[in-house]
Design a protein around this ligand. Sequence first.
Ligand code: URA
Length: 237
Amino acid sequence: MDRLQKVIAEAGIASRRKAEELIVNGKVKVNGKVVTELGTKVDSKDTIEVNNKIIEKELKEYYLLNKPRGVITSTSDDKGRKTVIDLIDTTARIYPVGRLDYDTTGALLLTNDGDFANILTHPKNNIDKVYLAKLNGIIKGEQINKLKDGVMLDNVLVKPSRVKLKKVDPSKNTSMVEITVHEGKNHEVKRLFESVGFLVDKLTRERIGIFNLEGLKSGEYRKLTPKEVQIVYGNKK
Ligand code: URA
């Protein structure tokens, strides 16, 4: 059972706030009767009408994309740049779960299921977001330890659950570091490395929770299996 305003919003008729207005103003019927109670619960068997038009409930869809560089993580772009939505062949109103920068590559989930998206993005659920960062410069143990101790970002202590030096290349003056975080703050990984004096030259998200890039080349995507969706719901705290 879901709240009526949520079902209306998820059908793409109106924002949740606007849906509440429609309900209070008597514009919504459930099984032929006007309902003005905001807390009303409905399920998939109920027929909902908004302004006397029956709403179609959209089926939930779930995708995992290997995001290429040069694509924005958004549902639209006012500058006309390609978005991650343009890469997925669907008519459902899907949106990205969290955000990868324009120049970041790797694992990105997309869905029209708000509850699923919330589970993956909420820090309290401790979902791993694993990144491989190529740094300009050679990172030292001391700087890695500083990251492990945590860094203040937006007045919150961000403490990566794992920081592992994978490789250094003295001839190119670069380091490869794998870092695992549970939040999804704007430019989080770049800001973490900046705080210890490094610019991130390349960034890839290798994994979100159980979802890695196995079998997906850059720009490719696949649908999640029902079992995978179930596992995510099992992570809810
Ligand atoms: N952290 C960043 O800095 N950028 C991303 O795209 C993702 C995480």
